[in-house]
Design a protein around this ligand. Structure first.
Ligand SMILES: [Zn+2]
Length: 88
């Protein structure tokens, strides 16, 4: 595991299958998979050892990675939307 350049916490680099995009992942926070939703609003879950959270969600230095973060993702999403609108 390599340390994050911002907060120095260990991160795992994940290569997304299909897109081959590299994502910094946080191996520490437990991730739960929803199995079922009850009528009273609670959900049945199980711990998913094979799922990780993006490190951008937990890194206290995430703002220093200017290309990443929610703003960049939002802009990219807006650009995709406008391109779709322009196409015939
Ligand atoms: Zn970090």
């Amino acid at each position: 595991m390599t340390p994050c350049k911002g907060c120095k916490k260990p991160i795992e680099w994940g290569l997304e299958s299909g897109t081959s995009k590299k994502h910094p992942l946080d191996p520490r926070p437990p991730v739960y998979r929803i199995l079922d939703r009850m009528t009273d609003g609670t959900v049945m879950v199980e711990r998913d050892e094979y799922a990780m959270v993006t490190h951008f969600a937990t890194c206290r230095e995430a703002k220093q990675f200017s290309k990443g973060g929610r703003n960049a993702a939002a802009k990219a999403s807006r650009n995709r939307t406008s391109r779709q609108a322009d196409s015939p």
